[in-house]
Design a protein around this ligand. Structure first.
Ligand SMILES: [Zn+2]
Ligand SMILES: [Zn+2]
Length: 140
């Protein structure tokens, strides 16, 4: 499956050929803090199956394991793009940047042990179409 993605400002473009079996959601503490969200979703892609253009900015994260991971962002709008090892032989790309993100359902949820308890019941929450006072939204 071919994916086309970009950052919020459009400086970065990413084209990837992927296998949708490689989509994961991660609920680890680092993913929660770095995304500012309850969890992060990503797709694993080998270097030869991805094209990235535009100026990126990198932050080296040291994982609990001691491994160093590059965290890459758009240098203009700071959209979170991907992580990789220092050698960049494989990328873990944030699925939210792709036009096809709705088709990228996680195969597994990683780090359930640090997942936020309320996320497990989200289908039972009150949903609205857009802003807080908008019409109810029915989850299909
Ligand atoms: Zn950008
Ligand atoms: Zn994580």
């Amino acid at each position: 499956m071919k994916l086309i993605g970009k950052c919020h400002c459009g400086n970065i473009k990413i084209i990837a050929n992927i296998n949708s079996d490689n989509v994961y959601a991660c609920h680890c503490n680092d993913c929660q803090i770095m995304s500012g969200a309850p969890f992060r979703t990503m797709i694993g892609v080998d270097r030869n199956n991805v094209e990235i253009s535009g100026d990126t900015k990198e932050y080296i994260k040291i994982a609990e394991s001691g491994n160093k991971r590059i965290q890459s962002f758009c240098a203009t709008c700071y959209t979170s793009l991907f992580s990789s090892s220092l050698e960049k032989e494989r990328y873990s790309i944030r699925t939210g940047i792709f036009n096809e993100r709705d088709k990228l359902k996680p195969k597994k949820h990683l780090y359930g042990k640090s997942s936020l308890k309320w996320i497990h019941q989200i289908v039972n929450d009150e949903w609205v179409t857009t802003m807080p006072n908008s019409k109810p939204y029915k989850i299909k």
